[in-house]
Design a protein around this ligand. Structure first.
Ligand code: SAM
Length: 190
């Protein structure tokens, strides 16, 4: 199985008007997505933020559950938080995974009109063939900016809705868990 890591991006991401913005880190994202990432065997959940004060906050949350009173109170929370890595940018994450040239970025998003898509079943098979480590990138705000999407080797197809109006704007927490299960979940367990 290829190494899979994930990254939650807070810049450059889009706002409602599709302007480039920087969003604040949501604590819930740290707990929720690292637990999903750990459950499905990802090696690392990177949380990228360009502002040092935001990274300090995220590190403090991490420390609380890895070495602080959180770890003593609820030891089960420790392993997922240990795979959390707070970094300044996607470039730092790529360097930690072996360098931009030896990592494939797969981006995600709710919209399906942004170029060729990698279906989840095909992605699942690709992860089971020899290949570079994969970094699955999730956005915040109203989604990832083009600057990130342009660097991607693939864009995972969106999780689609059976609704007539196609509403599929999931929280990033829900989207990450669904995608991790589809790509890495143990089908036999169903
Ligand atoms: N602020 C909200 C939140 O709390 O999550 C906004 C959602 S967040 C921008 C949307 C991100 O979640 C996208 O960048 C993508 O990574 C993921 N996402 C949301 N809906 C999705 C879908 N239907 N299919 C795939 N990814 C989705």
């Amino acid at each position: 199985l290829r190494q899979v890591a994930a990254l939650l991006a807070h810049h450059p991401v889009l706002d409602r008007q599709r302007a480039i913005v920087t969003t604040a880190i949501t604590n819930l994202d740290l707990h929720d997505i690292s637990r999903s990432a750990y459950t499905f065997g990802l090696t690392t959940l990177f949380v990228a933020h360009p502002i040092a004060a935001q990274r300090v906050l995220a590190e403090r949350v991490r420390e609380h559950w890895v070495t602080g009173s959180g770890q003593r109170r609820i030891p089960d929370r420790k392993p997922p938080m240990e795979i959390l890595r707070v970094v300044e940018s996607i470039d730092v994450a790529l360097d930690e995974l072996g360098g931009a040239d030896s990592v494939e970025i797969w981006v995600t998003g709710a919209s399906s009109n942004e170029g060729p898509l990698l279906e989840h079943d095909a992605a699942r098979l690709l992860l089971r063939e020899p290949g570079k480590p994969v970094l699955i990138v999730f956005g915040t705000g109203w989604g990832l900016a083009d600057a990130i999407c342009q660097r991607a080797a693939a864009r995972l197809s969106p999780i689609v809705s059976p609704r007539a109006d196609g509403y599929n704007h999931l929280s990033v927490r829900a989207a990450a868990a669904i995608i991790f299960d589809r790509l890495l979940g143990d089908r036999a367990a169903r």
